[in-house]
Design a protein around this ligand. Structure first.
Ligand SMILES: Nc1nc2c(ncn2[C@@H]2O[C@H](COP(=O)(O)OP(=O)(O)O)[C@@H](O)[C@H]2O)c(=O)[nH]1
Ligand SMILES: [Mg+2]
Length: 707
């Protein structure tokens, strides 16, 4: 395979709502460019991009894939992404290495919830973006509605470069208002004939051409001058203006395709190679907060964006060359760990296939095997290079499940498998919760977690199942209570004796001192699980030796880690030890620990204890039609609505919802809205649980203890 110079490389992320036609479009582009002799299809399970067996089975993209094609000497790397929010991990990493985005709109629906999410993501990454209206051959296609929705949502920068001669089954030609040409396709698609724009569409084409020229001129002063001077811009001036407008995200050119009939991709590839930015044309954020421009000379640097594993090959590391050029056998340094490493064989990926190359230039995307200790997000560079790129930001999980092994003795095997899965998909988070005594998997949706379960069962041969995860409650108290416990044991040998009096009260910021007690020492402990414990030594007359104080604190802490109500953590209490007694022979640390633990437990339960639950702030994005259903469902989940917002036909609801009520919420939301809504969530704070739930949890804890 040819080695492409940086200026001849384009990295384009293919994005869009699930089913808009991204994978089919990639297939068409590659075929049409001559880079593949076969045009695969989703239905025949034969695309280059969706090559995993699970993707073939489900007939949709689950994993991101990297494809490439040559369009008249320019190498276009296509980063095909899954459109389902469950698999957003491979969207995040694709966006990190793309130099422009292509958002595919399904012209049957226009802007969908997924379109919106991709748009926001491209915006955050400041990516120049092309829009493509696809499926114009569908009977439900509505180009005008699609354009209107796009303009309404994404602003005036959305400009038509192409419109269809006709829509629906009769689709066969595209009018291009940049070239002022009509492209008419043969029945089977492929290379179109270039024809003059027919009389009937001339005035419409001229109107749109002027709109395009004016938008371009508006964004560039020198072009504006030229425009005023000549009343027109030539094609090259328009290209320059479009590029500047795209780089500033002022212009979003809109194209037309029918991907599964192989119509429209040639012009799209021409535009990408002529106008879309090459890898050097944007500034990329560094870890330090500075920015960096990819350059083709100097010290080599590469950015690792994805790790996968394949049978018989082992770990694969996907990367983008950021500076200089790299070659097989080169010695580089992992900037995160400082480890030296030697580059193995280099390949160019085409979906599942790989072609070996000896060198790759800045801007290009490749894959290599067995780079030890390397993780997604790492920068690997020459010794004297000081660039380290900003790591990839993955979305916050929206769903959690607990894993249960069905065979004993497979704990280590499970833990290794989870480690590998986390490495390959950093949007999965594995939590080994001491507190809940469960291994909890956090992911982006039920589908996402089911893919992981499928992997655990089939790839790692583990007999596991999902169970409902416990809730990490917190416990606190609402009033003061005094407690007393005498621990006394006299069974043969040395006895045990300790007696303590504790005063337990709710702690809060600014709480007044205890004037009624002789406070000799205060320890303010910030708890790992949030909140505080304030521990006061108020012993008078040496009734308990100072040396027993640490043991008394230990007893309290032990109970705080295993709260009396739910077994979860206790927070925000002040405990004062104000009296007690000891025995010259039988008192020891263990005895005091037991006594304080028991006193704390009794005192806690008498201090009007209150169970707290984690509350999450959620944001639901949904089409307006489903507003009523989603709102009433939220109120049945004890949701407290914070606000609503509308952006065109897309609505947003912000609410505070208890974690417990978010169990299976992604699934419910999907079924309520026919898969069109998404939501994000973020921990908000702990809040009191309603009385009936508190009662139920306490009863469950009690019956588990006595079982
Ligand atoms: N009618 C029509 N169907 C298309 C077109 N492009 C793709 N499809 C079909 O739409 C479905 C989803 O396509 P796919 O490429 O998997 O979409 P993705 O989820 O965006 O990757 C498949 O059944 C394709 O055959 C098109 O231009 N017209
Ligand atoms: Mg796809």
């Amino acid at each position: 395979m040819k080695n492409y110079p940086t200026g001849k490389i384009r990295n384009v992320a293919l994005m869009g709502h699930a089913g808009s036609g991204k994978t089919t479009l990639a297939e068409t582009m590659i075929f049409e460019s001559g880079s593949s002799h076969k045009r695969g299809s989703i239905e025949k399970k034969s695309t280059l991009s969706d090559y995993h067996s699970l993707e073939k089975e489900k007939q949709k993209s689950i994993f991101g894939s990297v494809l490439n094609l040559d369009w008249r000497g320019t190498k276009i790397n296509l980063l095909d992404t899954p459109g389902t929010p469950d698999y957003w991990g491979h969207v995040s990493d694709s966006l990190h290495v793309a130099d422009s985005a292509m958002i595919v709109l399904n012209s049957e629906y226009g802007v969908e919830v997924g379109t919106e999410a991709f748009w926001k993501a491209a915006e955050r990454r400041k990516l120049p973006t092309i829009l493509v209206a696809n499926k114009l051959d569908s009977e439900q296609s509505d180009f005008q509605k699609t354009v209107d929705m796009a303009k309404e949502r994404f602003g005036r920068g959305v400009v038509i470069v192409q419109f269809p001669y006709s829509e629906g089954d009769d689709f066969h030609a595209i009018v291009d208002v940049l070239k002022m040409t009509m492209y008419e396709f043969p029945e089977a698609g492929g290379k179109p004939d270039k024809l003059p724009i027919p009389e009937s569409l001339k005035s419409q084409a001229e109107l749109l051409h002027n709109e395009l020229v004016e938008t371009i001129a508006e964004n560039d002063e020198s072009l504006l001058d030229l425009y005023f001077e000549h009343g027109e811009l030539d094609e090259y001036q328009m290209r320059d203006g479009l590029k500047i407008g795209m780089l500033n995200r002022d212009i979003f050119p809109l194209f037309c395709t029918v991907a599964d009939r192989n119509m429209g991709s040639g012009r799209l590839m021409g535009f990408i190679s002529n106008v879309s930015p090459d890898p050097t044309e944007r500034e990329l954020p560094l870890k330090s907060g500075d920015v960096h421009r990819v350059h083709s000379d100097g010290d080599p640097a590469m950015f690792v964006f994805r790790s996968t594993s394949e049978n018989h090959v082992g770990d694969l590391t996907y990367f983008k060359v950021m500076d200089g050029s790299i070659e097989h056998g080169m010695d580089l340094v992992n900037k995160r760990t400082g480890d030296s490493l030697r580059l193995g064989s280099l390949f160019v990926p085409q979906g599942e296939k790989r072609t070996e190359v000896s060198t790759l230039e800045a801007g290009d995307i490749g894959v290599t095997v067995k780079l030890k200790g390397v993780m997604s997000g790492d920068t690997i560079a020459g010794k004297s290079s000081d660039v380290e790129f900003e790591p990839i930001k993955y979305p916050e999980p929206t769903i959690r499940v607990a894993l249960q092994l069905l065979n004993e003795g497979e704990e280590d095997k499970l833990s290794n498998a989870l480690h590998q899965i986390e490495k390959e998909d950093p949007s999965i988070r594995v939590e080994h919760s001491q507190e809940l005594q469960q291994t909890i998997l956090h992911g982006l949706g039920e589908e996402h977690l089911n893919v992981i379960l499928h992997e655990l069962q089939n790839r790692f041969n583990l007999n596991v199942q999902f169970i409902t995860p416990r809730i990490p409650y917190r416990e606190t108290i609402t009033k003061r209570s005094d407690a007393h416990y005498k621990h006394k044991k006299q069974s043969g040998g040395a006895g045990q004796f300790a007696e303590v009096y504790l005063s337990i009260e709710p702690w809060y910021e600014g709480i007044p001192d205890r004037k009624d007690l002789n406070v000799r020492d205060v320890q303010e402990i910030t708890l790992d699980w949030g909140g505080k414990l304030v521990f006061q030594n108020c012993i008078v007359g040496g009734v308990i030796d100072n040396r027993f104080m640490p043991a008394i604190l230990k007893g309290i802490m032990e109970k705080m880690e295993n709260g009396p109500m739910s077994g979860c953590r206790v927070r925000d209490v002040r405990v004062s030890v104000y009296d007690g007694s000891m025995h010259s022979v039988d008192s020891n640390e263990a005895a005091f620990k037991t006594a304080s633990l028991m006193a704390f437990k009794d005192g806690f339960l008498q201090a009007s204890p209150q169970l707290l639950e984690p509350l999450y702030e959620i944001e639901v994005t949904l089409p307006a039609d489903y507003m009523g259903d989603v709102m009433s469902d939220l109120s049945s989940r004890r949701g407290q609505i914070l606000g609503m917002d509308s952006e065109g036909s897309i609505q947003k609801i912000k609410a505070i919802v208890p974690l417990q009520e978010l169990d299976k919420y992604t699934t419910r939301l999907k079924s309520m809205t026919q898969g069109s809504a998404t939501y994000t969530r973020q921990f908000h704070e702990y809040g009191p649980v309603p009385h009936d739930i508190q009662k139920r949890v306490m009863e469950e804890t009690l019956s588990a203890e006595t079982a």
